[in-house]
Design a protein. Structure first.
Length: 257
């Protein structure tokens, strides 16, 4: 787990299926002076010395990882910031330990991915055709219309994942259905979608925002699926503004006014 910030309110950042915790480095840098931040490395993303069994890479397993991260932060409740799969983990947390969550920021995520089973099979077929993770990573990153630096970063992060782990993570990521949970979520929620997100397009974010009472939906111009990494300055400004409206102890400030 990547962490920063010695004190203050707690922020937990959760990455997507093709990423690692490194996608949150610009957020850790920006918010460490005013908050206690942690970017979770989910099981099976290539960060562990020993890869978990694929059978352990499940949505429930991801929730257990996040709960362990909350325990290590030692502060409740937290604001949970999740990108893509990270949003799925956020929904799992809201179903299990809603009392430990003060707010949600969901980036390029979805409550129920359309034609999920077929989409999973399409991804796995592309992986079969590629033959190995680096080749697959280069092909998939090329579909995202990223600038060269972000494309290199995406390929590097995806390439480090073991193929069996990535296959299990793919099945776990896209096949959940949290639509019935949305009306039960009663914490401040910000839904962010990149203007150029072709993996989880705006309609999926709209579904989340319309299902959670009081949720705010914002589109980031020029950003893609990982909007926090594609447009970090704009995303950080949105996050700071959102945090100012999340109730926190009177003795701490969430950002510099």
């Amino acid at each position: 787990m990547r962490s920063a910030g010695p004190s203050g309110p707690a922020l937990l950042f959760v990455h997507g299926v093709g990423s690692t915790a490194a996608i949150w480095d610009r957020q850790l840098e920006a918010f460490a002076p005013v908050a206690r931040c942690a970017a979770l490395e989910l099981r099976g993303n290539g960060a562990q010395r020993i890869e978990p069994k694929p059978s352990a890479i499940t949505r429930e397993g991801y929730a257990l990882d996040a709960i362990a991260a909350l325990d290590s932060l030692g502060e409740d409740p937290v604001v949970l910031v999740g990108c893509s799969l990270g949003g799925v983990v956020a929904f799992e947390m809201m179903a299990r330990v809603p009392e430990r969550i003060a707010g949600l920021v969901l980036v390029g995520s979805f409550a129920c991915y359309p034609n999920a089973r077929a989409y999973v099979e399409k991804i796995l077929a592309a992986l079969d055709a590629a033959g190995d993770m680096p080749t697959f990573a280069r092909a998939r990153a090329a579909l995202l219309s990223l600038p060269p630096e972000r494309e290199r970063e995406t390929v590097e992060q995806m390439s480090r994942k073991a193929r069996p782990s990535y296959e299990a993570a793919t099945r776990a990521t896209w096949t959940g259905d949290y639509r019935a949970l949305l009306p039960e979520i009663a914490v401040p929620t910000l839904v962010v979608v990149g203007e150029r997100d072709g993996i989880a397009p705006r309609a999926l974010s709209e579904e989340i925002a319309s299902g959670i009472r009081g949720a705010q939906l914002i589109e980031l111009p020029g950003a893609g699926h990982v909007a926090n990494a594609d447009a970090p300055d704009a995303f950080n400004a949105l996050l700071a503004s959102f945090l100012s409206g999340v109730r926190a102890p009177a003795s701490v400030r969430l950002y510099d006014e």
